[in-house]
Ligand binder design. Structure first.
Ligand code: GLY
Length: 337
């Protein structure tokens, strides 16, 4: 078992990585939640089939999986079911699943009774290396992805690497797309590490970034490397591509933009393509997504405050960049077609 701590003062919490680590949930809860918990609402996706034992009375609350169901009406439905079960502030939510589950379970925990503790049992690669760690929770609107949400740090995260062997190939690829970004965030040659070490290395990077900038006042934005185009692809294609698959295309696109701005050389762009290739990830846009639509969606990205912001590689490493001419954004799209 590998332990990584997210250092946030009195809200610090452990992320435990290892095969079968979900069986530690009952032992972990009393330490993770001061005073312990009376009951647990286990929130999971219908049909996931991964069971946990919190060691206290619990009820399983399932919702329909998929980005289409990551909505405010799912939150309302869960909260109403919590209320019907008389969940209180002496209780906790345990989210069991991938990033959609931990986003939804975390958001429901953050608003129910103005906030009750949450613990995540992350069962996908994407959730383990990104979504479950760092306290971002939320749901989609028809206008865009993750447009409503909150920062609600979990009390602990369990990354069970045993269950990763059961992931469908597209879900595995989805995680690899998100994992690929860590190559440019200080991860180095992650592809050379054993799985548990690779997951833990990503968690360590994420924990460090979150500890230094919990609410994305600055540095945390680097975790969105590759995400501006990715979010636009997901919205424009109505989530035809998985999040991480869209991030993979977004990483190469960001490299192409950075190259056109003179921030990185052609070899650095080629390195982006090499890493994605090593993970067997596609770096071209799906058919049917027009430049105007994608560029219009860039402006609606959450990182765009007054103008379009991209996270780009450069001489100082990966950082948020504004003031990119639209002609550059358009031209770089041709490189991912
Ligand atoms: N997934 C990006 C973040 O947690 O900030």
């Amino acid at each position: 078992m590998i332990r990584v701590d997210v250092d946030l003062g009195d809200r610090s919490y452990p992320v435990l990585v290892g095969p079968g680590i979900r069986s530690e949930l009952a032992a972990l809860l009393p330490a993770a939640i001061p005073g312990g918990v009376r009951r647990v609402a286990v929130v999971t996706e219908r049909g996931l089939g991964i069971e946990v034992d919190p060691g206290v009375p619990f009820e399983v609350f399932e919702f329909e999986g998929g980005e289409r169901h990551k909505t405010l009406s799912t939150i309302e439905d869960l909260c109403r079911r919590f209320a019907a079960w008389e969940l209180t502030r002496a209780d906790a939510v345990v989210g069991v699943g991938g990033g959609i589950v931990t986003d939804v379970a975390g958001f429901a925990a953050s608003v129910y009774h103005r906030g009750i503790p949450a613990v995540h049992v992350a069962t996908t690669l994407l959730a383990q290396i990104d979504a479950a760690v760092g306290g971002k929770t939320g749901v989609n609107l028809p206008e865009g992805k993750n447009l409503v949400g909150s920062y609600w740090q979990p009390s602990a995260v369990l990354c069970d690497t045993e269950v990763l062997s059961t992931l469908p190939p597209d879900e595995w690829r989805c995680g690899l797309g998100e994992l690929a970004k860590y190559h440019w965030l200080g991860g180095g040659n992650l592809d050379e590490l054993a799985l548990d070490d690779r997951v833990a290395a990503c968690v360590r990077i994420k924990a460090d970034v979150v500890a230094s900038d919990e609410r994305e006042g600055g540095r945390r934005a680097i975790l969105n490397y590759g995400h501006t185009l990715a979010h636009a692809i997901e919205t424009a294609s109505d989530h035809a591509l998985r999040h991480g698959e869209a991030v993979a295309i977004g990483l190469v696109y960001a490299a192409e933009v950075a190259h056109r701005l003179g921030r990185i050389d052609a070899a650095a762009v080629a390195e982006h393509r090499r890493v994605l290739n090593a993970y067997d990830l596609r770096a071209t846009l799906p058919d049917g997504l027009g430049d105007d639509e994608l560029i219009g969606l860039f402006a609606r990205d959450k990182k765009a405050t007054r103008e379009v912001t991209f996270v780009l590689d450069g001489p100082n490493g990966v950082e948020p960049v504004t003031g990119i001419p639209e002609s550059v954004l358009r031209d770089a799209l041709t490189a991912v077609r």
